[in-house]
Design a protein around this ligand. Structure first.
Ligand SMILES: [Zn+2]
Length: 78
């Protein structure tokens, strides 16, 4: 059992790193909160299909109601 502890500790540190990055809205972060479209206030689905390569790499979505491109933090991409 104890031989797995370094691997578990590393996994936890990596996860915390991505959550911490998400708080500063870094490209490498993850966002655990649901995104709300700033234009029409529609809640975006939690599970979403990426529309292009950039979205599959970095996250983000296109609002199904108004078609606004959003990043994974809900900011408008122009
Ligand atoms: Zn919208």
């Amino acid at each position: 059992m104890y031989q797995f502890l370094p691997a578990i500790a590393t996994a936890v540190i990596v996860l915390l790193f991505f959550i911490w990055k998400g708080k500063s809205q870094s490209k490498f972060g993850i966002n655990l909160k649901r995104v709300i479209c700033p234009v029409c206030k529609t809640k975006q689905p939690v599970i979403r299909m990426p529309h292009d390569l950039q979205q599959s790499l970095w996250g983000g979505t296109i609002c199904p109601k108004c078609g606004t491109r959003l990043d994974k933090y809900g900011n408008i991409i122009s």
